[in-house]
Design a protein around this ligand. Structure first.
Ligand code: ASP
Length: 404
């Protein structure tokens, strides 16, 4: 029997989803896809979400413990954060300039012009900071609060290093066993990927189809142009300069994760596949299991691009010309907001409110882009995960491990 590779299976599922979705839309039965296939997609994403919390806990703990030295943990942690922030800033600044350069293509909506500016944000920076730290052992898991789970993992990992000796070794072994269990469970869930991807994508195509976007075509095109630039130029340049990985190798080895991220719109869900892709690019598991879960939670290059493009688009629709201060506010707030953006479908549009508020742009503008958010989301999730692997490959530098 013909055995398709994982990438091919996903590709076939995507093509089938587009064909069936367009067919249903053409027949005027678009809502059938949502009704009958939507639940399948939700079950698939739920299964991924259920395993991702323990996977991140044990994987980050495993990554820290394998460094075996607190100083090294600090250095790798600091370099990882520096990498994440720099690439996010580059992404949002480019998105702002690119969309400012072409903002003439965005429509001015007469009904929107002159709208009141946004109300001040209701979450303060202090709230955000406090929210990173868990106050209860179980709650982070119940709320699937990845940031808090990462803080737990870091504390446990540090504690195991400090315990050291025989007990430290036993704990380390326990962490590895649990990590292996989570990875295996996820592999079982991933066997359902083609069906899951089909069920997730078909309703999106059937609902939006060829008529996709009408007056939003311009902003979607600008967002995808920026996504493409960041993936094909910035990410590939970074891995080439820092690790000697060619763009062709990077893109071909990343293709399973890229396809999965595009069709699932979840960077957390794409984590296990992304982990395998990073390993095939020579990143040792110890580094990948620290950088990628952290990245899937706090590093969102695609989301910041989307924020930048949407903010310029909304301003243009309302006839507001952005000042330099407003653009700085968008860049800084978006980079910070992406830390709190969960790696699940639709999270970025929620954070857009914070970005618009910081720049004093009308919050009502969100309604202009929210209708087709899934279209933006598919592309930005690709960038969110490719940025994590780029950081892992850069941090690994030229010390390439032999791929398993
Ligand atoms: N869906 C994105 C992700 O999973 C987050 C977002 O909505 O921007 O990375």
């Amino acid at each position: 029997m013909l055995k398709l590779s994982f990438t091919m299976q996903i590709l076939v599922a995507m093509v089938a989803a587009v064909a069936v979705g367009l067919g249903l839309q053409f027949a005027g039965q678009g809502e059938l896809a949502g009704r009958f296939l939507g639940p399948g997609g939700t079950i698939f994403l739920n299964l991924i979400k259920y395993i991702v919390c323990p996977l991140v806990l044990f994987s980050v703990m495993g990554g820290i413990v394998s460094m075996d030295d607190l100083k090294k943990v600090g250095v790798v942690g600091a370099k990882t954060l520096a990498c994440f922030f720099t690439t996010s800033l580059v992404a949002v600044v480019f998105a702002l300039f690119a969309s400012m350069a072409v903002k003439g293509v965005f429509p001015l909506l007469k009904s929107a012009a002159g709208a009141a500016p946004a109300a001040p944000p209701s979450t303060t920076v202090a709230d955000m900071l406090i929210g990173i730290f868990p106050s209860n052992f179980a709650k982070p898991f119940m709320d699937a609060n990845m940031l808090q789970i990462i803080v737990m993992a870091i504390l446990f990992g540090i504690a195991i290093i400090l315990i050291g000796g025989e007990n430290g070794k036993r704990l380390e072994q326990g962490v590895r066993l649990m990590d292996g269990l989570c990875v295996k469970t996820l592999e079982v869930i991933m066997k359902l990927s083609p069906i899951g991807v089909f069920c997730l994508m078909c309703p999106v195509v059937a609902a939006n189809g060829a008529t996709v976007i009408g007056s939003l075509a311009a902003v979607v095109a600008v967002a995808y142009g920026c996504y493409a630039f960041h993936l094909l130029v910035i990410d590939t340049l970074c891995v080439k300069l820092f690790a000697g990985v060619s763009p062709r190798e990077f893109l071909s080895k990343m293709s399973p994760a890229i396809l999965f991220a595009f069709s699932s719109s979840s960077s957390v869900g794409s984590l296990p596949i992304n982990m395998r892709c990073a390993e095939s690019l020579g990143v040792p598991r110890s580094l990948a299991s620290f950088v990628l879960p952290l990245g899937a939670t706090i590093n969102m290059n695609g989301t910041v691009i989307y924020h930048g493009v949407s903010a310029v688009f909304i301003a243009a629709c309302y006839g507001i010309s952005l000042s330099v201060e407003q653009m700085v506010a968008i860049a800084v707030t978006s980079t910070l907001a992406s830390i709190g953006t969960a790696g699940v479908p639709g999270a970025g549009v929620v954070m857009l409110a914070m970005v618009l508020s910081a720049a004093g742009l009308p919050l009502d503008g969100i309604a202009l882009v929210a209708g087709v958010d899934r279209i933006f989301d598919m592309g930005r999730t690709v960038l969110n995960i490719s940025g994590d692997t780029t950081a892992a490959v850069m941090l690994n530098g030229r010390r390439r491990a032999v791929a398993a």
